[in-house]
Design a protein around this ligand. Sequence first.
Ligand code: UFG
Length: 346
Amino acid sequence: MKTRILVTGGTGYIGSHTVVELQNNGYEVIIVDNLSNSSANVVDNIEKVSGIRPHFEKLDCCDLSGMDAMFTKYKGIKAVIHFAASKAVGESVQKPLMYYRNNIVSLINILDLMPKHGVDGIVFSSSCTVYGQPSKENLPVTESAPLQPAESPYGNTKQINEEIIQDTVKSGSPITSILLRYFNPIGAHPSALIGELPNGVPMNLVPFITQTAMGIRKELSIFGDDYNTPDGSCIRDYINVVDLAKAHVVAIDRILKQKQLEKVEFFNLGTGKGLSVLELVKTFEEVTGVKVNHKIVGRRAGDIEQVWANPDKANNVLGWKAECTTEETLESAWNWQKKLRELGIQ
Ligand code: UFG
């Protein structure tokens, strides 16, 4: 019998890619998603990619009794990967209570129900946002860099979630956990059957680039060229979403094989390479041969100037490494955008 893994938010961007990788590695997946920012036909597309249909329950993780019934229905779940969360930084400033409720109550419910249903392991989606702007001597940033006060309610929910998991473990709960701090996930599955589907005007850079290249948006605004970086634009660590997804399989294997050194482990998931906004746009144009109209505008409030990962711990301890080049990744993002056009979606 295959080992059952619960993936909350499994029809979302990173979730859907992770479900495919789990299935490719012999796991049986149960997806729980309230479809607030994704659609049920992602389940069909996951099946097209992996050849296996995951179980799917349309359910909100904030619904304690619904989640309880789900764990009872799918007996024997061995571990949870908890992606389900609201994730738009700007929206979180407008609707803080919605963010605190969605992102915190859902985790509390899951941690509460896990021991009751004999589930010990949880992999949690955290973010490099917890580091804020690291000082120059802390770049590239390691897991031991000091955390900074969050810039937004969204960022604060990630910090609070990390604390909730640590406090729960300290209290003697049987739970073991791996907290994955993602840098900037981009790109899509090479099949172009799953990818990122932003709601409305994209907030993130790469969907905005691909939509501009497609002619859906007139022009990309580059938020600032007066930062203290070589070309003046912000620097990030852009990581391929399939590489990121694979790290979750490694984390699940590690939990299930009880290889953890501590009951709460933290890992940065990045490439180790910082790229500026202008460099990323240029690379996209080179790879695709398509021009991206852009203009420089003022800085975006709350942006970090520069952050990229030191991924040594994930490389050495997890044995995981980001493999895809930026070129391959941007090409996959472009192929996905072209597929959306073919389907008449965007
Ligand atoms: N940018 C532009 N123009 C755009 C969009 C973005 O110039 O239209 C720039 C931003 O100013 C930033 C870079 O592109 O310098 C990347 O911006 P994203 O919005 O793609 O990503 P962020 O680094 O701001 O944020 C991401 C996630 C957050 C997460 C954060 C840190 O969107 O959810 O990383 O983990 F909190």
